[in-house]
Design a protein around this ligand. Structure first.
Ligand SMILES: NC(=O)c1ccc[n+]([C@@H]2O[C@H](COP(=O)([O-])OP(=O)(O)OC[C@H]3O[C@@H](n4cnc5c(N)ncnc54)[C@H](O)[C@@H]3O)[C@@H](O)[C@H]2O)c1
Length: 349
């Protein structure tokens, strides 16, 4: 059985995470790393890995079959294009590039050279997303009205390159690509419009959060929100369907599904609420709803790497297709534009 030699370019937090995940992979062997930081080079040496000081030297090494790019975002394009021209297959971290035009440049080289280029959209494998997607796919709660996904933290933007525009920092690029990627594979519809508001609460040069809304062709709507100044979190997922509501509270998959039973639309009685009276918002009787736990879905994210090898060997289609990533990047471009002009923008006809 053939083993492929892979070099990780950018051996920081995520680069090392890939190394750990690949430690026992039967087909992919991390043989070396490239990092410009001396401390990271020493760490790699201590792990018995070959160290390359520049990515160009990795590309000159004919024993290397593939590279994984885990540098800060601004340099993904340059390294990806050089690697494809240097006859290496490429896995690239997200966000793949800073905008869709940069990705188109990579894809033109990919097409010309025929080497595989695949983006690590790993949050497709998150159990919270897979759990919500199953409810959507099986229609157990009927048709979707609105999906809301949120990620809130309270530590601001980490004090590294993520704070800088020139390095591709900011939360819309960082988390937006995950959130939109997941929505687009879950809801296979055209997107009519995008509306985005970026937050600069921390007065950094890049956004520290965002509120983004998509309207799909059928009228379904999606809200994505990220905050880095939130000491109290809202649920990760809050989804309303024609026959019920699902909630995922947190990373630990606390949550529930509430659906309708014994529906009687004439049983609403006004209640005194606050300083007023409401019939519309009167709670339902307990016997008209059914509450069940989430049917949690887990899938091994390491199948991403195996699929990559299968694509290299022309045995499978990529799990993460470049056309999907390009669509997300176009959506990100449009979201930035929407924030800039302060308006909702039409997306796909
Ligand atoms: N998919 C995910 O879940 C996930 C999570 C975190 C980060 N990421 C992505 O991974 C990438 C790296 O993020 P990180 O958190 O590991 O950052 P990091 O700062 O921890 O690591 C980046 C490393 O790249 C090195 N580097 C910088 N320029 C280089 C160059 N020209 N050549 C070689 N090495 C260079 C730095 O010295 C550093 O060690 C980013 O694109 C980020 O968005 C993805």
């Amino acid at each position: 059985m053939r083993q492929y030699s892979l070099v990780i370019i950018g051996f920081g937090g995520m680069g090392e995470q890939h190394y750990r995940l690949l430690e026992k992979h039967p087909l992919l062997k991390v043989t070396g790393v490239c990092d410009i930081n001396l401390e990271r080079q020493s760490e790699a040496k201590a792990l018995g890995l070959k160290v390359y000081e520049t990515y160009e030297s990795v590309l000159m090494d004919s024993s290397v079959n593939m590279v994984l790019i885990a540098t800060p975002n601004h340099i993904h394009k340059e390294i990806a294009i050089a690697a494809l021209n240097g006859k290496k297959h490429v896995i690239c971290e997200k966000p793949v590039t800073l905008n869709s035009h940069e990705l188109e440049e990579i894809l033109a080289v990919q097409e010309k050279t025929g080497y595989v280029f695949m983006v690590h959209q790993n949050r497709r494998w998150d159990e919270d997303f897979l759990t919500i997607k199953k409810i959507y796919d099986t229609k157990q709660l009927g048709e979707l009205y609105q999906v809301e996904q949120r990620v809130f933290g309270s530590r601001g933007i980490p004090g590294d390159w993520r704070k800088n525009k020139e390095f591709g920092g900011g939360m819309l690029l960082d988390w937006g690509v995950h959130m939109l990627d997941r929505l687009l594979i879950m809801i296979p519809e055209k997107i009519v419009s995008v509306d985005c508001y970026l937050s600069f609460a921390l007065k950094e040069e890049v956004d520290d959060g965002y509120h983004l809304r998509l309207i799909f062709e059928s009228g379904k709507s999606a809200i994505c929100e990220v905050g880095t100044t939130n000491l109290i979190s809202l649920p990760k997922w809050y989804v309303t369907f024609t026959k019920g509501t699902a909630i995922v509270e947190d990373w630990f998959l606390n949550g529930k599904i509430v659906s309708l039973k014994n529906v009687d639309n004439n049983d609403a009685r006004p209640i005194v609420a606050g300083a007023g009276l409401t019939k519309t918002m009167a709670p339902r009787h307990d016997d008209s709803t059914l509450t069940i736990p989430l049917d949690k879905v887990y899938k091994d994210h390491k199948e991403f790497y195996t699929n990559f090898i299968d694509v290299v060997e022309k045995k499978a289609e990529p799990f993460v297709k470049n056309c999907e990533v390009l669509r997300v990047m176009k959506l990100i471009d449009t979201a930035f534009k929407s924030n800039e002009i302060g308006q909702r923008i039409k997306f796909e006809d």
